[in-house]
Design a protein around this ligand. Structure first.
Ligand code: GLA
Length: 736
């Protein structure tokens, strides 16, 4: 293999490159690392972008250099620190014994390794073959504080991806406090940039938002102890002219499920800095002598072909080098009883739903909240992961056997991070919850959060889950989390270490997930947090799919799924057909539209199948049958967004397989209007020489017509209408 990473000893320039991208930085005077370039692949670098020496007022100079044109305040940096004249966003803040937070890290050396090492205790993307990636470690030292900072960069051979993280080691003989240690800094040259982020709320997740980056700082954060519905931990910087198909886009996704901060600052000379990592608010980590701290990883993607290409790079990476179980395996079509029954069910009342599911071709039954302890509402029993004998007099295995006897798989809901006061776990261990001494903790959905940073707490939950899973009747687990952290204080840590609790919670959770998902690799694990509150790359490492939102309304889902697809592949996005009026919005939408939205993700049903009319049952049967024939294409095909519901009264997207012989298009018209413009649909990324047949109408059409000419959509006299178009290549067709 020709190397993917070069270091030029003479110029001090590092060049990470593959056929698609180049990433360049250099060791500058005084041992600072200066960022040079991240973008389209360069064949070589001959020094054309040396950072100019310009004397600027109030931008100080390093005493050991005393060159007035060279200032840490303006130089594009690889990793930003504080205290020595870089007044922009710092990536690192270390409180030292003398109280100072200033650090000055200088270059010490580097190494290049094949492959990609694991991050101890943290989820991360991986390399399977040694030759598919190279990892650069650049070592910086602060000689006064005796700290060593290693910056890690991995470049894949065939992807427009660079991953970054760093590790701090304390080589002094006194403890220091890490007040901030971001995973990365990336500085952009002076240029207009826009930020695309995914803010939201419970039942309104990942609402794609685009704004101009102006002077000052912008922070996209979570302080909730988890990724949150409110602000996802992935974002993109784009040129103003970038759209789905054209233009430059830089994506950033943090592989982490705790508090995050994506910080952006446009400086005095229009350069933009991005710093991403663990949110430093309420964070402080005591690093004792000889100890080290590893940050989570950031996955950076570059595209010069618009947002779809950026997303597709992420989709491939997640499917191929982040997800570990059920990799490339299509997912069963399930029915979940939550919106069908809520807490009100018994084995006897559930059986007819199972029977109906079997009739309709559904492949799995998921038993949601309410099966354990004595949980008839949300006030009780979290922490008691044993069956409610009132609802299942013959035990859970008996019901699971029934489900299996019908040829369906059996799935189960759990919420292992939580505790109800009315539970055996709480009665035996009232100190297991997060709680600040002498203060009454905040209730969230009537429940409290377990202190997962403590081993004995994790163990108490793991043992219960093992005793369920060891029985072998569970094929799927939905791992839920229905409130955010508050009262973040651990009974097991000293006062000066309470700033560690948030991160220790996440590390403890990851340890549990690593243990359980490795012990039960055949179980299909689905992440969930009140819907899509923990939709992130960290969770995807353990759980290959995630409940996208508690909002099952088809029209609301257009935006939620569109926004989610910016970073996350369709294989991770679960989507269910639910009843009307919709339980979250009260909206009435056609059954077919609900089907088309849900079939654009990992399909499931979330309604009482026994209450459907015969016509609706026939529709379900058809949808299930159709989905089985297209699900590989949907879940693992190339997904492209065509029309955004955030910009228009319409939405459209398409799926193509690897050789472009099959195309599936979904279009949605949201509201009907009088004198509606006639929507035109054109496709993207096809092989324009191929000839296709519309599977339904049997019409023949060329790829060039689909891509450039398109077709007029039939107008409808209704709101909320969807269409599905399925094309397959015809060999030897007339392509003139
Ligand atoms: C969360 C989930 C729902 C459902 C309920 C049960 O809100 O997102 O799908 O499981 O919990 O309490």
């Amino acid at each position: 293999m020709t190397g993917l990473i070069q270091f030029d000893e003479k110029t001090g320039v590092f060049h990470l490159h593959n056929q698609q991208i180049s990433y360049l930085f250099a060791v500058e005077e005084g041992g600072l690392l200066g960022h040079i370039y991240f973008g389209h692949r360069l064949k070589d670098y001959h020094g054309g972008r040396a950072y100019p020496r310009i004397d600027r007022g109030f931008s100080g100079n390093l005493t050991d250099i005393s060159e007035r044109g060279y200032s840490p305040d303006t130089l594009l940096r690889e990793y930003s620190e504080t205290g020595f004249g870089d007044y922009r966003l710092p990536a690192i803040l270390i409180k030292q014994e003398n109280g100072s937070q200033a650090t000055r890290f200088t270059y010490e050396g580097y190494r290049i390794d094949k492959g990609k090492p694991k991050l101890e205790g943290l989820p991360a993307t991986y390399a399977l073959e040694e030759d598919e990636a190279e990892t650069l470690t650049v070592v910086l030292v602060d000689a006064v504080a005796k700290l060593k900072l290693s910056l890690f960069y991995t470049i894949y051979r065939d992807r427009a991806v660079i991953t970054r993280s760093c590790r701090l080691e304390n080589h002094s003989d006194v403890p220091v406090f890490i007040d901030k240690l971001a995973s990365m800094t990336l500085d952009f040259t002076a240029q207009p940039l826009e930020l695309i982020s995914l803010p939201g709320a419970h039942v309104n997740e990942r609402q794609l938002t685009r704004e101009t980056i102006r002077y000052g700082q912008k922070r996209l954060v979570s302080r909730r102890g988890t990724t949150s519905h409110q602000m996802n931990n992935a974002a993109a910087l784009v040129s103003p002219q970038t759209n789905e198909f054209f233009g430059e886009a830089y994506g950033f996704a943090l592989v982490y499920s705790g508090n995050h901060a994506i910080e952006i600052e446009r400086d005095q000379i229009d350069q933009t800095r991005v710093v991403i990592g663990i949110n430093e608010e309420q964070f402080s980590w005591q690093l004792s002598p000889k100890e080290s701290f590893q940050t989570p990883e950031v996955v950076m993607v570059y595209s010069d072909k618009g947002l779809n290409a950026m997303s597709q790079t992420y989709h491939d990476l997640v499917n191929e080098r982040l997800v570990r179980s059920y990799k490339h395996q299509t997912r069963p079509i399930l029915v979940n009883n939550w919106e069908a029954t809520y807490f009100d069910f018994t084995e006897d009342t559930l059986r007819p739903i199972v029977d109906e599911a079997q009739q309709l071709g559904i492949e799995m039954f998921v038993l949601d909240d309410g099966w354990f302890g004595c949980r008839d509402d949300d006030t009780t029993s979290l922490g008691d992961w044993f069956v409610d004998k009132k609802k299942f007099p013959n035990g859970l295995s008996h019901f699971a056997e029934y489900v299996h006897s019908k040829g369906l798989q059996f799935g189960l809901w759990v919420e292992p991070e939580m505790i109800s006061v009315d539970s055996e776990l709480y009665r035996n261990h009232p100190d297991y919850r997060l709680e600040v001494p002498n203060r009454s903790p905040l209730l969230g959905r009537q429940q409290f959060v377990l202190d997962l940073g403590r081993k004995e707490v994790r163990q108490a939950v793991i043992e219960q889950l093992e005793s369920l899973l060891d029985q072998g009747f569970i094929d799927y687990i939905k791992w839920d989390m229905n409130r955010h952290l508050s009262d973040v204080y651990s009974a097991r840590l000293d006062g000066q270490c309470q700033g560690e609790v948030f991160h220790r919670y996440t590390l403890g959770l990851y340890e549990m997930l690593e243990y359980l998902t490795s012990k039960y690799p055949d179980v299909l694990w689905e992440g969930c947090s009140g819907g899509g509150g923990r939709f992130d790359f960290g969770f995807a490492y353990y759980m290959p799919q995630s409940w996208t939102s508690d909002n099952t309304d088809a029209i609301a889902r257009l935006g939620i799924q569109y926004g989610t697809s910016l970073f996350y592949p369709i294989s991770t996005i679960t989507s269910h057909v639910s009843a009307t009026p919709n339980h979250q919005t009260g909206r009435l939408t056609p059954f077919a539209t609900r089907g088309d939205v849900a079939m654009s993700g990992v399909l499931g049903y979330e309604l009482d199948l026994t209450k459907l009319t015969t016509a609706e049952k026939n529709l379900v049967k058809e949808q299930v049958e159709d989905y089985k024939s297209i699900r590989h294409l949907v879940q693992f095909g190339r997904f492209s967004r065509l029309m955004s519901p955030f910009e228009d009264n319409r939405a459209a997207w398409m799926f193509t397989n690897a050789d472009k012989s099959e195309i599936l298009v979904f279009t949605f018209m949201i509201l009907n209007h009088a004198q509606q413009p006639i929507p035109l649909v054109t496709l993207n990324g096809l092989n324009t020489d191929k000839c296709y047949q519309n599977v339904e109408t049997k019409e023949i059409i060329t790829g060039s017509e689909l891509e450039y000419l398109g077709w007029y959509e039939a107008l409808s006299d209704k709101d909320f209408v969807s269409h599905r178009y399925h094309f397959k290549e015809v060999k030897g067709g007339d392509s003139r």
